[in-house]
Each structure stands twice: as C-alpha cells, then as structure tokens.
Design a binder for this molecule. Structure first.
Ligand code: ADP
Ligand code: ADP
Ligand code: MG
Length: 246
C-alpha cells in the first residue's frame, strides 16, 4: 500500500511483477512468521554489525524468502551477496547427505572465492556445508558419488561445472539442485569471446528439480539477462535499485 510505495521511493527501489512482497527496512522484520528465518542465520547476519539492510537486501530478501523467481539489479558494493545467500541458507535449513541442493555461479574465480567466504561466514553453526570447485582437473578425487553426500552448496565458475557434468559418467549430479543463482549475471551472459551462455544452458538443463528457485543478480540491467529470465521463469519479480539503465 502507500507505505510500501514510500519505502521503495525513498530507497530508489523499482519493482516489476505480480504481487511483489513488501520490502523490509530492518533485519528484525525477518523474524515475522511468514519468513521462517532460522534463528542461527539471523544471529550470523546480526554478527556482522550492519545497521540496516541495503536497498537490494530490503526488497530481494522478502522476494526470495517467499520463493519467488528474481532478477535483481543493484550497483557494485550494494550487498548483493547477502541478498542471495541468506534465502539459500534459510531454504536449505540444515545439512543433508542427499547431495548438492544449491548452486551459485559467478564469472570469475575471484568472485567465486568471495562468495564462498561469505557463505562460510553465514552458514556458521548451521551445519550446512559449502564447497568451491578449485581445479576441474582434480575433480575425480573430490566429486562423484562421494561429493554428493558431503556438500549442500556449491560455488563455481561455469566452465568447471560444465566440464564435470560432461564426464562419463558425470562427476556432478544436479538433480537435487533447489537453488540456482547467477551472480554478475550480466557478465555471465555478455556476448563475446568468453561466452558462458551455452554453458549456462547446459548447466541449467542438468538442474531438473521441479521446484527449483532461480535468482539472477547483476550490477546492470541487460537485455540478454531479462530475455533469459522472462523466457524460463514463471511469476518472475524484477527489482532494480537506482536508475534503470536500459
Ligand atoms: P555487491 O555484490 O553488490 O557488489 P557485496 O555483497 O560484495 O556487494 O557487499 C559489499 C560490501 O558491503 C561487503 O563488504 C559487505 O560486507 C558489505 N555489506 C553487505 N550488506 C551490508 C549492510 N546491510 N550494511 C552494511 N554493509 C553491508
Ligand atoms: P583449472 O584452473 O584447474 O585449469 P578449469 O576450470 O580451467 O580449471 O578446468 C580444468 C580443466 O577442465 C581444463 O584443463 C579443461 O581441460 C577442462 N575444462 C574446463 N572447462 C571446460 C569446458 N567448458 N569444456 C571442456 N573442458 C573444460
Ligand atoms: Mg557481488
């Protein structure tokens, strides 16, 4: 209602989509029953000492905690990592030996490392286990049937994941992936030399879980990302922080 619009206006939050959940303005609002936030996860977030959620966190957290598909655009340095890791961790709840349930892809190894480190912090004392693929060539020792049972969350660049999927037999099993997240999706889908698009399609196709949640995060709004999202995702919410640039 009016208050919701005022909050969005104040923080330059633009939304597109049907029945977009209201933004939050404090992490304490996540205690509401509708979000079922794990107490331990809440403690981990509060332990960082952030005074309030950033604009992208204000809007993306409610959207993703309510299991909606999301395409999010917010400037560099605006706290996107927490905005996608929190709902993943909350959705997975606790460690299971059934195999990988969340996949986060980023365009460079360095970015993957940063996400991995943030995930280790945020999953503290939850029991959830996160893995980052460092060398595809060392994969046979770490993956296959064993890896499936060790980790809940996987962070990687697309190349390595696709390489492992293409082995016979495949060294990764994505049938249990419930969360599919692209960070820096604008860069991942950029046309040109390092075109990840084909890899992404292969990887997405391997994630056959019928109820998987999908989220794309970028610094800029780009047509390839919007096209992909609109083509593949039902009931999509789009969130842009600041000036929409295309
Ligand atoms: P982005 O992915 O949007 O570029 P990051 O997720 O890397 O941004 O976050 C940038 C910095 O902001 C990090 O150092 C992170 O710890 C910090 N940060 C995240 N959320 C908040 C918040 N709510 N308040 C203050 N700082 C935050
Ligand atoms: P590393 O830094 O350990 O080399 P890479 O992600 O580059 O990690 O992958 C390691 C190996 O996996 C490469 O030597 C390459 O043979 C193979 N590989 C990676 N991505 C692909 C791909 N998309 N198609 C085929 N082979 C790949
Ligand atoms: Mg980022």
């Amino acid at each position: 209602e009016e208050q919701v619009l005022a909050i969005r206006k104040e923080h330059s939050i633009t939304v597109l989509g049907k029945d977009v959940p209201a933004p939050i303005t404090s992490f304490n609002e996540l205690d509401a029953v509708e979000y079922k936030l794990l107490p331990r996860l809440k403690e981990n977030i509060l332990s960082f000492g952030y005074e309030q959620p950033t604009p992208i966190q204000m809007q993306a957290l409610p959207v993703l905690l309510k299991d909606r598909a999301l395409m999010a655009c917010a400037p560099t340095g605006s706290g996107k990592t927490l905005a996608f890791l929190t709902p993943i961790i909350n959705g997975l709840r606790s460690h299971r030996t059934t195999g990988l349930r969340a996949l986060v892809l980023a365009p460079t190894r360095e970015l993957a490392q940063q996400i991995y480190r943030a995930c280790i912090e945020l999953t503290k004392s939850t029991g959830l286990r996160t893995h980052i693929i460092s060398k595809a060539s060392e994969a046979s020792q770490h993956y296959g049937p064993e890896c499936k049972q060790k980790y809940d969350i996987l962070v990687s660049t697309p190349n390595r994941v696709r390489f492992l999927l293409q082995q016979q037999p495949p060294l990764l099993d994505f049938k249990g992936i419930e969360w599919f997240v692209l960070d820096e999706a604008d860069r991942l889908m950029e046309e040109g030399q390092n075109n990840f698009k084909e890899q992404l399609d292969d990887i997405y196709a391997a994630c056959t879980h019928s109820q998987k949640r999908v989220a794309f995060f970028s610094a800029t709004y780009t047509v390839p990302v919007a096209k992909w999202a609109l083509r593949h995702l039902k009931n999509l919410v789009r969130v842009t922080i600041g000036v929409q640039n295309s």
